[in-house]
Write a protein that binds this ligand. Structure first.
Ligand SMILES: [Zn+2]
Length: 416
């Protein structure tokens, strides 16, 4: 029995290798797949036939004949139109949504502005409308709906589809069974994957961003309303016993500072780098920096984070003092996480990307000061090159990844 399981597991591994290669290549021949995977040609042929029968792989014409004048080889490619995903990302002021193929390439992307702290009933109505519109679109013709990704702000129980707590939507009940309520309003055959946005955003980086091929990395996303992380360890997402993994915004890095966080604690990472704290600082210090470019043509109350970035880029001393302070808190926060997860890479997403080279170079320097020796040489710290679409993109990437992971597991178990 043990031997049978080993053989089946080997079979599953072979299939995974072949399918992964097809997914990440253009058109390839059986001989090319065999060479790249070191799996014998007859076995590769069997596996390719298996996926062709399921329409996941399709013929793509003939290649060039060999130098010896042999037969032109048949070419194959992954069929990204085998299925589709719907991905929806709710933020404090918008609902982003999109429909994507199996490679997480979007065929439609939309943004719906919503009222601050919008009521849950209205949010559910929006979700039903978005899903129905996508399902009725031309793109889905003859395709299977693989899954629906829903990226939520705050803490989420992904296994039960529950919004545990959302700091930006005070009107929502804690522990709200969102998935259950959505399914009362719409019939869906496909699985719903609901999770905290930052977790999906890690998959966006691995699929389309700068973490391709990385198995140990995390993203840190700082938006005006908060800060969180998506952590990948050994190729898998860290969620933790209570779905708390990634809530690094609430790691206390400056206790007794008097700086209150939205969670009720004092000196959280999120509170130290929040736009709210910076705005208060700017208002309080106005009298000492009256000539700062930050206040040029505007009152202290109307200063926005973009004004500070702009003044900083123009060499303003006060703006630089603020940015240096933010860098310090980032360095402390990230140094702490580095010793817990030992990542290959950290990707910075969100508002601070706009501060350019100065921020990231100084962040690397500070991490060198705070961390163990040589840590900075091993951990790559970079800005993300993804924009606002990173939430929906991450959702689609996660659904596709989950499908292919389970596809392999399912086949292996079933055939065993
Ligand atoms: Zn907090």
């Amino acid at each position: 029995m043990q031997l049978t399981n080993q053989i089946m597991s080997l079979k599953g591994n072979n299939r995974k290798q072949v399918l992964d290669l097809l997914r990440n290549s253009g058109t390839v021949s059986i001989a090319e797949i065999s060479m790249a995977t070191t799996i014998s040609k007859p076995t590769v042929k069997k596996i390719v036939d298996y996926y062709c029968d399921r329409s996941m792989v399709v013929c793509a014409g003939k290649g060039h004949s060999t130098d010896g004048g042999g037969k032109k080889p048949e070419l194959f490619k992954f069929n990204e139109n085998y299925g589709y995903t719907i991905s929806i990302h709710i933020t404090p002021d918008s609902i982003y949504s999109g429909i994507a193929d199996m490679k997480a390439d979007f065929h439609d992307l939309q943004r719906l502005p919503i009222k601050k702290n919008e009521k849950m009933d209205i949010i559910l109505d929006y979700f039903v409308e978005i899903i129905q519109n996508f399902q009725g679109s031309k793109f889905v013709k003859r395709k299977e709906l693989i899954g629906i990704a829903i990226a939520f702000p705050g803490m989420v129980d992904p296994f039960n589809g529950v919004s545990i707590y959302s700091p930006h939507y005070h009107s929502w009940e804690n522990n709200y069974p969102f998935k259950e309520e959505l399914l009362k309003r719409i019939d869906l055959d496909a699985e719903i994957f609901m999770d905290c946005t930052n977790r999906f955003q890690a998959f966006a980086e691995r699929e389309k961003g700068i973490a391709k091929g990385k198995d140990n990395f995390f993203i840190v996303d700082a938006i005006k309303e908060g800060l969180g992380a998506g952590i990948i360890v050994g190729g898998y997402l860290k969620r933790g016993a209570q779905n708390l993994s990634g809530e690094i915004g609430h790691m206390i890095i400056n206790p007794d500072s008097g700086i209150k966080c939205i969670c009720g604690a004092e000196g959280c990472f999120e509170a130290m780098v929040s736009t709210e704290r910076i705005s208060k600082w700017v208002r309080d210090e106005h009298k000492n920096h009256k000539n700062s470019l930050i206040f040029k043509n505007r009152k202290p109350e109307s200063v926005k984070i973009d004004h500070i970035f702009s003044a900083f880029k123009n060499g303003d001393d006060f703006a630089q003092k603020i940015i240096d302070d933010i860098i310090k808190w980032f360095a402390i926060g990230l140094s702490n996480i580095i010793v817990v997860y030992d990542p290959q890479m950290i990707i910075i997403q969100g508002i601070y990307v706009d501060t350019g080279d100065y921020f990231i170079n100084n962040l690397r320097d500070k991490i060198r000061q705070y961390s163990l020796p040589a840590v900075d040489k091993k951990v790559v710290i970079e800005y993300s090159n993804l924009g606002w679409e990173r939430g929906v993109l991450g959702g689609a990437a996660y659904v596709a990844w989950n499908f292919f992971e389970n596809e392999q597991i399912y086949r292996t178990v079933r055939t065993a």
